[in-house]
Design a protein. Structure first.
Length: 156
């Protein structure tokens, strides 16, 4: 190839590359069908934002611990969302222990776990009068009037 052709080719390649860098990217407008599908998807997600109160909500604790960790944040956020969706429901927080140690130690651990969960839910806006901390016995079945939160530890 002759030198002028090579130079012209190099110039054209450089110009094309620079033009691609400065051309703004155009975002296509979604079709009406795509917009409707997205709206249905978002509506379904919002509808499922209220968890079913019939299922007990679980807040896990480490072995022998009664302190909240970062892992508990998602479970407590779910619990707070469920409680905001059911403002008239009574909340039974059932403290559970790990099954190791003396009975007195296990009752104290279970109570401490339940109280930590109750305190956190109260900080998240749940009225104290709605929160019932329980260590022994059986909580009522979860339904629209009763939300059950299990403050449970690992079982070995």
């Amino acid at each position: 190839m002759s030198r002028p052709i090579v130079s012209a080719f190099a110039f054209a390649a450089a110009a094309f590359a620079l033009a691609a860098c400065t051309t703004p990217e155009v975002q296509p407008t979604p079709s009406k069908a795509v917009q409707e599908a997205r709206a249905r998807h978002n509506a379904a997600r919002q509808a499922s934002a209220c968890p079913d109160p019939a299922a007990p909500l679980s807040v896990g604790f480490g072995f022998g611990e009664a302190t909240l960790s970062d892992v508990n944040a998602a479970a407590l956020a779910t619990a707070a969302a469920a409680l905001s969706c059911h403002p008239d429901a009574t909340v039974f927080i059932v403290g559970q222990a790990d099954g190791h140690g003396t009975e007195a130690d296990q009752v104290k651990l279970a109570h401490d776990r339940a109280q930590v969960v109750a305190d956190d839910l109260e900080k998240r806006g749940v009225a104290e009068a709605r929160l019932k901390v329980q260590v022994q016995g059986t909580a009522p079945s979860a339904d629209e009037d009763h939300v059950v939160v299990l403050a449970e530890g690992r079982r070995w």
